[in-house]
Design a protein around this ligand. Structure first.
Ligand SMILES: Nc1ncnc2c1ncn2[C@@H]1O[C@H](COP(=O)(O)OS(=O)(=O)O)[C@@H](OP(=O)(O)O)[C@H]1O
Length: 428
């Protein structure tokens, strides 16, 4: 009798509950991990979830996949904004008083320009060039408003934008810029630069190099908050970018590591391989291209790629990760372009080579000033040499030829695609 009851309990209660949990847990999404992706070095014994946890210190890949589909945090806000942009309701508020003050900012087109990236491509040097210009004010820090701040915004009602939050966001956006502008003006002795006034000669420019990476949500937010902002993007050879990124991550890790912690930072190859595995697991990269000789054509815009990328950006936004993903430039730019196309807004994006900015800083700065419609300004030797966030590479071993070749083979299709996207031979 007792066994019979136990049998009944097992079938009637425990099994259905277990089944329910497994179904709900999967959220109807078919996540297939490409375990054959370790084509570079096959010595990883951990499965992808375990590597993931180790590397990113977050629960699991499944969790992240779900996160990019379940409406919460930043993603749905982006979707709502996107809809609002398409319907042209972004900047409209229920009160005419609000509309007035929004229009005031809209008329002055603040921020005038944003340097959206790429990380480790010379954005600090560019910001110091801007600071040296008498008519340009640049905040002293990266604002991360359209990324970190808006990722934390509360979600809104199902019938569109919740005006309370929307106004709150817009005011915070304006307040953030006003405050940063005042701080920057004081610290650079530019109290007389009155912004907003004559927008054609006095400019407010921000740089947050993470923005280009977050191409699944930042363009939509920017389109809603300041669709007029001109975009400036510096791009560096993605292999050198990755190595510079690794060097920064390596130094940051040892600077912040706790006294009792003896875990070493991964080697460059290991650090890359983890990122590569995540990109393959999320369907952004195809491991076939390397193992079976099937050419990778760059970004195809498939649903799997897009969703995989949205999930990936939630990880790679963490500063020390994204060694490979951040170098897939054509993918990111195409997503920005698509967002602007969808909103029927022109994308005013000036894409420049980081190498040119290093070799010919004055010419590149002239080009930027012309593009922004502000007077050219002669850069001092001190500005050129001192403001660039240059790092010492002596603490890390040099990159091996095989690693360089491997990276080049991953980036090659994306570099080719970049030429098509920009309509010119970008790489010298
Ligand atoms: N004028 C100029 N033009 C182009 N690149 C330059 C310039 N000056 C500095 N650098 C190099 O830029 C690298 C730092 O890039 P970022 O400032 O964008 O880094 S960060 O993302 O803000 O951390 C960093 O590269 P690494 O030294 O290889 O790390 C700088 O040396």
């Amino acid at each position: 009798m007792r066994y019979w009851r136990l049998f009944n309990v097992t079938f009637a209660v425990i099994l259905p509950v277990v089944y329910l949990f497994s179904v709900v847990g999967k959220n109807g999404i078919d996540v297939s991990y490409d375990q054959g992706s370790l084509s570079v070095k096959n010595d990883i014994s951990l499965d992808l979830d375990e590597q993931y946890e180790l590397y990113y210190e977050i629960p699991s890949l499944q969790y992240l996949w779900n996160k990019s589909f379940i409406p919460q945090k930043g993603y749905p806000i982006a979707m709502e904004r996107w809809k609002a942009v398409s319907n042209n309701t972004c900047l409209k508020s229920s009160s005419s008083k609000d509309n007035e003050s929004i229009l005031k900012w809209e008329n002055h087109k603040i921020p005038h320009a944003i340097v959206v990236g790429c990380q480790k491509c010379g954005s600090t040097a560019l910001a110091s060039f801007f600071r040296s210009h008498p008519n340009i004010v640049t905040p002293n820090r990266e604002l991360h408003f359209l990324s970190q701040y808006m990722d934390r915004m509360p979600t809104k009602t199902s019938d569109g934008i919740d005006q309370r939050y929307w106004k709150q966001e817009y005011y915070t956006y304006m307040r953030t810029y006003t405050k940063e502008m005042e701080v920057a003006k004081k610290s650079s002795g530019k109290e007389d630069v009155n912004i907003p006034t004559n927008a054609s000669t006095r400019l407010l420019i921000e740089k947050t190099p993470n923005y280009i990476l977050l191409s699944d949500r930042v363009p939509q937010r920017l389109l809603c908050l300041s669709p007029w902002s001109k975009i400036i993007l510096l791009l560096r050879n993605p292999v050198d970018r990755a190595f510079s990124h690794y060097n920064m991550a390596y130094q940051g890790y040892y600077r912040r590591r706790k006294m009792h912690d003896t875990t070493p930072f991964p080697s460059f190859d290991e650090w890359l391989r983890r990122d590569y595995n995540v990109l393959v697991a999320l369907g952004v990269l195809s491991n076939q291209s390397l193992s079976s000789g099937v050419p990778n054509l760059g970004y195809q815009g498939t649903e799997r790629e897009r969703k995989g990328w949205a999930a990936y950006t939630k990880l790679a936004a963490i500063g020390s990760t994204g060694g490979i993903g951040r170098g897939l430039y054509s993918l990111q730019i195409l997503q920005w372009k698509m967002a602007y196309q969808e909103a029927k807004q022109p994308l005013d994006m000036l894409v420049l080579s980081s190498d040119s900015a290093r070799k010919h800083p004055q010419q590149v700065f002239d080009l930027i000033c012309d593009h922004l419609g502000v007077a050219r300004h002669l850069l001092s030797q001190e500005t050129i040499e001192c403001g660039g966030n240059k790092r010492d590479y002596s603490k890390i071993p040099p990159m091996s030829n095989s690693t360089r070749q491997w990276l080049e083979s991953i980036f090659e299709p994306y570099n080719q695609q970049l030429n098509q996207v920009l309509g010119k031979e970008f790489w010298e």
